[in-house]
Design a protein around this ligand. Sequence first.
Ligand code: SF4
Length: 463
Amino acid sequence: MFEDIPVEVGLVYEGERIRKNDMHIELGGPSVSEKFELVRVRDSCEITDGQITVTGPDISALEEGRSYPLGILVDISGVKLEKDLEGVIERRIHEYSNYIEGFMHLNQRYDIWIRLSKKSFKKGVTSFVQIGKVMLELFKNELPFIEKIQITFITDPEKIAPLHNEALLVYEARDARARGLGDEDVDTFYGCALCQSFAPTHVCVITPQRYANCGAISWFDGRAAAGIDPKGPIYAIGKGECLDAVTGEYTGVNESAKKRSMGEVSRVQLYSAFGYPHTSCGCFEGIAFYIPEVEGFGIVLRGFRDLTVNGLGFSTMADSTAGGRQVEGFHGISIEYMRSRKFLAADGGYDRVVWMPLETKERIKPFIPELVYEKIATEKDAKTIPELKKFLNSCGHPVTTRWAPEDKPDESGIRQVQIFSGGDIPFTSGGVRIILKNAKITAEKVIIRPLKPNERRGGDPDE
Ligand code: SF4
């Protein structure tokens, strides 16, 4: 199918990481502010089927070792296509472009981070037209309801700016659509198994109030995708009986998770980071991380490059969070889930959130209860746990009411904290894998060390 592409194309390259030293060029990523990918459903007459356009310098004209802005516009038409499918089809850009040897695509929407390896450039990948050809073929083969498709790559900074703004408005409109709907109002949720290729036990459960971890698929998107392709990776989940409205546990979700995770995940509590939390693949937009010293949660989004208040950066914590596991206290989340009334509802919601970067706090300000907004610390208020504790105490953050006297430090200055409880804790020792089922572990001291490069997953490819 790809005879004229000078590198291999296949599933085997999905998940390939290209480190800075091995990259020819970088497109988007943390150092570039204007980057996006957008799928638009259009009228058939507006599309020239098979057309691939490059607006601005092509790959061959871009200087080695540098980062550039990039916009990817995929325009599609088809009688069965509807607007609600745009988000789901857009998510396939990540999957299909990653099939290309030496082409790494991370994240989604306004957060894309792409690298082309030196090796693949030397083999002859010198034009976006080649990338577009692969995507075009895969889109048409895998999603036959797409009748016409044209792809535009934009690298000209002046042309990107207005389209980037347009894309942001489209994402916001998609997200806002599901905001009026409650999980109680529907009897079907949707599951997504798109990320199982690199996290085999991960299954996203998408509900009106729990947006997909990647932030790219809403309940409406799920409904449209399952409707047009019921046997595809996005499928309907009958809610079944509600076992616990507070934690968000449903018989239908449990059964579906068990089946789709090959028995690894048998219970899912949608609104909690403890007990049986929703699994996290590696595509989450952010992490809610438990800070046992203050019994609250910190939040960090992918774009935050500094260390968080617990001394760890996003990438380090992403390794603890990712992999399709249920890890208590390290919870993959989307930004839209942070706007939901069900956000960590079983754990106390925003009354339990104690720290997040200022930019994130301002971004979701309208969705944080007014009474607690000022009491949530940012990097300006606290850079360490002792500073955080002091801040929370001084402003009377609701979490301080959880600080029972017996939780205070003893005379030796040592405070015993519960670091994990429930769920499964796997570890490998002496050549065997040991899984502690429903374990509760307490410790006098917690040592957290960054993983070595060969131990990493889910975070920054360079760290
Ligand atoms: S993060 Fe979840 S919803 Fe998003 S593509 Fe992966 S499995 Fe699907």
